[in-house]
Ligand binder design. Structure first.
Ligand code: BGC
Length: 515
């Protein structure tokens, strides 16, 4: 047991050295010494809210739970166990994350918790748009009736024996203007943290679904805000698992932008929906509705995930034998942004189609057209295009249709070569998937963090067999890489359960919960 005075003096020293426990103790220090200088753009506005957390509750937490001060390795093991208990979960999406529950046609029913548990799911995630149920002025009070609804869902999860993840979902205004909304975000979490302080650790908090917008432009803004929010939560919830993920919509490629405080009780969440042309086909909420009819096979040819598709008026369609480019009209183009700059000497492609192709490249900005190829159609052909006219720091290459009207081109191989080596822009679909998910697993090992795949899913417009193939493959690879998973989502357009009577989509259930 640690006496208050000693703890404080101790903490003071350890705060500067970045000790993992500082958050809990510093919270007490801040409460007692309200004039501690605040360092970030968020805290000086939110500072008043720390007063909500009394020194008494902290002393109580420390006294009741001396294990707070366990060494790092033990805490890491605890988080790994908490993460394992999430196992294979499912999200009850489109309900409390709608502006009002029911507005998107989904109201969470008590029965769903039993259905999920009986089917074999290990946990549930309830996405919540708290920002639509709280005052917009300090102290940003959350509506009591809404809180009561969340209380009820927590009780249902507990009745069914399922851990439950509560997140902050669709707080778009925060992502548009983090400086203005940061204090409100922290205040929301302080209220949630206070309300559920006595719940067991099977109630997990997830800070923010898919940080993006201004956080993508400046990831340090997200890193600052997440640290301060965690610190605020820790006042009353010293060891509750908190789930937090990187910018770029929890993108795996953005994990290295994530800077976490030295708090051992964190789980890192990523989302996976690649390739979007498959998972989001027919989804009406995206910027442009993607064409349907896209299948998924593990051995199909896809664009490497590290390569960004910046095509215009062109659909890039993975296929079993080739990547097909559907140019919708004359001057429609395929454009691939490379992960690193290179000094290309030639482009080598194996192609089939009837088209007049302009080949272009650029370091930044507009593509410069450096060659033109006429293909008559028919057989596969291997073409080599000299790229000596491309800049030394080429980042983007493009193919544009010069034929009148629409045109289709199959690409079975695409290699960009510099003087030393060639790199392929195409990969097998399952290799691309494995590479990304294993990258997430490896990041967790390197950083000593438990890893969670908080969302993955396929829109119901895709054929069921392809959906199940993709889902089974993600589930398998993610589990092998040590990630707990939560499927998006139970009864939505991405769903696995038909709320109109036919029940589970059995192939999806088999994919998610293999025997
Ligand atoms: C969003 C949903 C969306 C899903 C798949 C979630 O994070 O909240 O609205 O359907 O991602 O894109």
């Amino acid at each position: 047991m640690i006496s208050g005075e000693n703890t404080k003096r101790h903490a003071h020293e350890r705060y500067a050295s970045g000790d993992p426990e500082f958050a809990i103790i510093d919270c007490e220090r801040r409460t007692k010494f309200a004039k501690v200088p605040r360092t970030s753009v968020f805290t000086y506005v939110a500072g008043f809210a720390f007063a909500l957390c009394t020194a008494g509750s902290i002393a109580l937490a420390l006294a009741a739970d001396p294990a707070v001060l366990t060494p790092d390795s033990a805490a890491t093991a605890t988080m790994a166990a908490a993460n394992r208990s999430l196992g294979h979960g499912v999200s009850f999406g489109n309900a409390l994350d709608a502006p009002k529950e029911g507005e998107w046609g989904v109201v969470v029913e008590d029965e769903w918790f039993d259905l999920a548990a009986q089917a074999g799911f290990d946990s549930v995630r309830v996405p919540i748009r708290w920002s639509a149920h709280a005052r917009t002025t300090p102290p940003y009070t959350i509506d009591e009736a809404f809180f009561a609804r969340v209380d009820h869902l927590i009780a249902q999860a507990q009745r069914s024996g399922l851990p439950i993840i509560l997140d902050v979902h669709h707080y778009q205004a925060l992502m548009d203007d983090p400086v203005r909304h940061g204090p409100r975000f922290i205040a929301l979490w302080q209220q949630i943290a206070k309300r559920y302080a006595d719940e067991p650790n099977t109630v997990l908090f997830e800070l923010l679904n898919e940080p993006s917008g201004a956080f993508d432009e400046d990831p340090t803004l997200w890193n600052e805000l997440l640290a301060e929010t965690i610190e605020a939560i820790r006042c009353r919830n010293p060891r509750r698992p908190i789930i937090v993920g990187p910018v770029g919509n929890n993108g795996i490629a953005l994990l290295d932008e994530l800077a976490l405080p030295p708090d051992p009780n964190l789980i890192v969440s990523v989302h996976f929906y690649a390739p979007m042309a498959f998972t989001h086909q027919g989804a009406a909420f995206t910027e442009r509705t993607r064409p349907t009819g896209v299948e998924w096979w593990p051995d199909q040819t896809s664009l490497d995930n590290a390569v960004q598709d910046q095509s215009w008026n062109t659909t890039v369609r993975p296929g079993r034998k080739a990547l097909t480019l559907d140019f919708m009209r004359r001057y429609a183009g395929f454009s691939a942004r490379l992960p690193d700059a290179l000094d290309p000497t030639r482009l080598r492609v194996r192609v089939r189609g009837r088209i007049e192709l302009a080949v272009g490249c650029t370091s930044e900005g507009e593509l410069e057209w450096v060659d033109e190829i006429v293909l008559e159609g028919g057989e596969w052909r291997v073409l080599e295009v000299a790229l000596d006219a491309c800049p030394v720091d080429t980042r983007r290459i493009g193919l544009m249709n010069r034929l009148h009207g629409a045109a289709e081109l199959d690409l079975a191989e695409v290699e960009l070569c510099d003087t030393d080596r060639c790199r392929s822009l195409l990969v097998r679909a399952d290799d691309a998937m494995r590479k990304q998910l294993q990258q997430a697993g490896a990041w967790g090992i390197a950083h000593g963090r438990a890893m969670h795949l908080g969302e993955f899913g396929v829109h119901g417009a895709a054929d069921l067999a392809s959906r199940a193939r993709w889902t089974a493959q993600v589930q398998r690879i993610a589990s092998e890489a040590g990630l707990s998973t939560v499927y998006w989502a139970f009864g939505t357009r991405f769903g696995i359960y038909d709320r109109d009577g036919s029940g589970w989509h059995q192939p999806m259930l088999d994919a998610l919960l293999p025997p």
